[in-house]
Design a protein around this ligand. Structure first.
Ligand code: F6R
Length: 242
């Protein structure tokens, strides 16, 4: 794993945006895996700024998001569909048909997971997967204990994750109890992975990722076995690792 140190959240986001733009500008066809949550927001802002200033095109880019809540309609402001439209898609020139997010209100969730997995494979697989890190080591919504060979599947969210995400809802009771997520095997099949880590509240998780053993009890630890992972972490997240 390659570790890139950034001064702060803004610096991390700038470095991440430059990393992604390097891929976007230098390929005829690119499949990006995208994340939601707080961490990538400013990275997306920088991509939008670049699109406005430099006209960088996304016509050749296809995206697959990591996850979506179960039972939250796509037009609900708290859905990840809405988040992605709001934070990125409607501000760049990516064709909507080239953006993919699991359907959390599909009638048959298992069939939706299979469909999503097949869709990723049919697009030739993910070239670069952007990831955030859960404080408990989750990647996507693969919570501690998830088998490393999982494909896209329905998960029960832990209380810790529901609490961490309660800031996007009016009340913790409104945070969904389940989500559809790419599995660990799905993520690991990406050709390249970019993990962003910011803030002191992630410092224990980052230390465990860098120094701990590979164990399903800490899902992100599997990234140590991927041949092409870059981590961009800010000083607060790096803590003593600085
Ligand atoms: C988001 C996702 C999650 C987040 C993680 C960190 O699509 O899959 O794994 O990346 O929970 O969330 P933030 O960035 O809000 O700290």
């Amino acid at each position: 794993m390659k570790l890139i140190s950034a001064k702060n959240y803004s610096d991390m986001s700038q470095v991440a945006a430059s990393f992604l733009l390097g891929k976007i500008k230098n390929t005829d066809r690119l499949t990006l895996g995208l994340a939601t949550g707080g961490t990538p927001i400013q990275t997306y802002n920088f991509l939008i700024k670049d699109h406005k200033e430099n006209n960088t095109s996304y016509q050749h880019v296809t995206t697959f998001n990591l996850d979506e809540y179960v039972g939250v309609a796509t037009n609900d402001p708290r859905s990840y569909h809405h988040y992605m439209d709001d934070m990125l898609f409607t501000s760049i020139d990516i064709p909507k048909t080239q953006t993919h997010i699991p359907d959390g209100v599909a009638g048959n969730l298992e069939a939706e997971c299979d469909r999503y997995e097949q869709k990723i494979a049919a697009s030739g697989g993910i070239d670069v997967q952007l990831l955030g890190l859960g404080s408990n080591g989750h990647i996507g919504f693969n919570e501690p204990g998830t088998a490393f060979d999982t494909k896209t599947h329905v998960v029960d969210l832990t209380e810790a994750t529901r609490k961490a995400n309660a800031r996007f809802f009016d009340h913790i009771d409104e945070v969904p109890k389940q989500a559809i997520t790419m599995g660990i095997a799905t993520i690991m099949r990406s050709k390249e992975i970019l993990l962003l880590v910011s803030g002191e509240r992630k410092s224990n998780a980052l230390a465990q990722l860098l120094e701990g053993k590979v164990d399903p009890a800490f899902p992100a630890s599997i990234l140590r076995e991927h041949p092409n992972v870059s981590i961009i972490a800010d000083h607060d997240a790096l803590g003593d690792i600085n």
